[in-house]
Design a protein around this ligand. Structure first.
Ligand code: DQQ
Length: 536
């Protein structure tokens, strides 16, 4: 019991018990946010999947309802897998999801509608007999890797369009379908996009972003010169996601990534940590696009069974296009701030080489921290070796304890008093021939004295220019077994799952640290104890 309680999150979404994975069909409808999720009502391991359902008015406090979809028809007898919601103007929401028809995992696509649209929580969903399944794989496709329909968008040619993830040999595919009435769907001649050697594309997500400002766009906005499109895929082979930014040529029904964003393993990522099967939706009430993702456990199956639960959802993040249009930026939804209680501040705190200073006075196991670090010179930056292409490998070589020039500096989260355990989240700056290279790490290796855990040195590079402004900001959401961090204003983000044995509850501490020869200043730090969210 105690283990289960200690590692449960205070404000990340998780159901009362059992297994969860992908977020499904997130939407805003009639003043209510809906979150569905892959859920095993019978245990803490993957299986018996139904669509769990929770509703909220603020994306932070949730009410869990009965499952919305569960296997009930021959065409979804072996699973109701991931899918999306589309709100049809004047008609209300429709869910598109994947049904598994046999033990070989052959998949078809189905639709479901609310039994009673005037129920504010849309508790009950029905799968109409007419037209279901709405899409089946054709003879040229592999039906066991054909799933996860997206939200549909509407075009002026009178058609709805949506994507389904798939694979041809080892080529990742985003199949395109269109429909006039949302029930009879026709496959387009070509996939909207595909990429060699990327394997199955799970949970594709496709949406427009504005070239100016942080506002989100409804999925059906197309074609003008002031927007770009984003295509995200979850790569089954590595369990990583990547996205590209590009142009949707609607007359040709093709999406082409910009030459600054690469398809495949080396591509851009929403998050360089534990973050998979993500899905976004447009929130018309605040004109923003919101992104959810599943963060799996990093402990063993046996531990999950003991705990009685496994899997959480990330904090919902607002997502927009960075100025320059080359990458996305993400930030926790503003509603999260309503959980802030006691606040502490630090300013103009110098950190010499090897120094760490405690941030006292908050509940460090359940906290929100925002900090800006500055330094007066980049002269001491270590030389960058061009063979260091993989950030995670570099982080495992140059951990927080390896002294550097400019950095490592950052936070020691979930730290025990004597630092037997801590999860460092930090930056380290290198000098390459014509630029500086910034590494951001969230290193779980020292997070727990417990051995049988997956403790990766998650890391990503940060693409900002330090020449003008010698500052770097970091925000970490610390929540018992989660450290979810946002570097440089949300340009590089890393979610880690960690399981300290000493740094728990009141025995968890938070520090700022520097282990580079260049002095670092904590310009400004604010940290808050966080209240727990309501989640039942
Ligand atoms: N999870 C679902 C699939 C999806 C995968 C099954 C991604 O629909 O492809 O639980 O995590």
């Amino acid at each position: 019991r105690s283990v289960s309680k200690l590692q449960r999150t205070g404000y990340h979404f998780q159901p009362r018990k059992n297994w969860i994975n992908d977020p499904n069909g997130p939407m805003y409808y009639n003043g209510i946010y809906h979150l569905f999720y892959q859920y095993n009502p019978k245990g803490a391991v993957w299986g018996n999947i139904v669509w769990g359902h929770a509703v909220s008015k603020d994306l932070i406090n949730w009410k869990e309802l009965e499952p919305a979809l569960y296997p009930s028809k021959p065409f979804d007898k072996y699973g109701v897998w991931s899918g999306s919601a589309t709100v049809l103007p004047g008609k209300g929401p429709v869910i598109l999801y994947t049904g598994v028809i046999d033990k070989q995992s052959n998949e078809v696509q189905l639709y479901a509608i609310p039994e009673n649209k005037s129920d504010p929580f849309l508790r009950k969903w029905v799968k109409p007999k007419a037209f279901n399944p709405i899409v089946v794989a054709d003879h040229s496709m592999n039906a066991s890797v054909f799933r996860d329909p997206t939200t549909a968008w509407w075009s002026k040619d009178g058609h709805w369009r949506m994507l389904i993830g798939g694979r041809r040999k080892d080529r990742g595919m985003a199949y395109l379908y269109r429909s006039k009435d949302f029930v009879k769907w026709i496959q387009a001649k070509h996939p909207i996009h595909s990429a060699a050697s990327t394997g199955m594309w799970e949970c594709p997500d496709f949406y427009p972003v504005s070239l100016k400002g942080k506002n989100g766009l409804d999925i059906s906005v197309v074609g003008s010169s002031s927007i770009k499109h984003v295509l995200k895929n979850s790569l089954d082979l590595t369990r990583y996601e990547y996205y590209t930014i590009g142009t949707y040529f609607k007359n040709k029904d093709k999406y082409i990534p910009d030459n600054t964003s690469e398809d495949g393993w080396g591509g851009l990522r929403y998050d360089y940590g534990n973050f998979y099967a993500s899905k976004s939706f447009f929130d018309p009430s605040k004109n923003r696009r919101i992104l959810w993702a599943w963060a799996n456990e990093s402990d063993s199956k046996e531990d999950d069974v003991k705990k009685g639960w496994a899997g959480i959802q990330s904090i919902p993040r607002t997502v927009w296009l960075d100025y320059g249009g080359k990458q996305l930026v993400q930030w926790p939804v503003e509603e999260l701030n309503s959980l802030r209680k006691k606040e502490v501040k630090i300013s103009h705190q110098k950190l010499k080489k090897g120094q760490h200073v405690e941030v006292k006075g908050i509940t460090a196991a359940q906290a929100d921290v925002e900090v800006t670090f500055s330094f007066s010179s980049l002269d001491r930056a270590e030389p960058f070796d061009s063979r260091w292409v993989n950030a995670q490998d570099l982080c495992s070589q140059k951990g927080s304890k390896v002294q550097g020039g400019v950095g490592p500096f950052g936070l020691l989260t979930l730290a025990s008093e004597k630092l037997e355990e801590f999860t460092p989240v930090f930056f380290r700056i290198f000098k390459a021939p014509n630029k500086h290279v910034i590494l951001m790490c969230s290193d779980a290796r020292s997070s727990s004295l417990k051995r049988e855990l997956y403790k990766p040195s998650f890391a990503g590079f940060v693409n900002v220019d330090l020449a003008k402004n010698k500052k770097l900001s970091l925000k970490s959401l610390i929540d018992h077994s989660v450290v979810e961090s946002f570097g440089a204003g949300g340009r590089t983000n890393i979610l880690s799952r960690v399981y300290p044995t000493l740094a728990i509850k009141k025995k968890a501490h938070l520090f700022v640290f520097n282990n580079g020869t260049e002095h670092i200043t904590v310009e400004y730090l604010k940290a808050w104890s966080m209240k727990s969210a309501r989640r039942n």
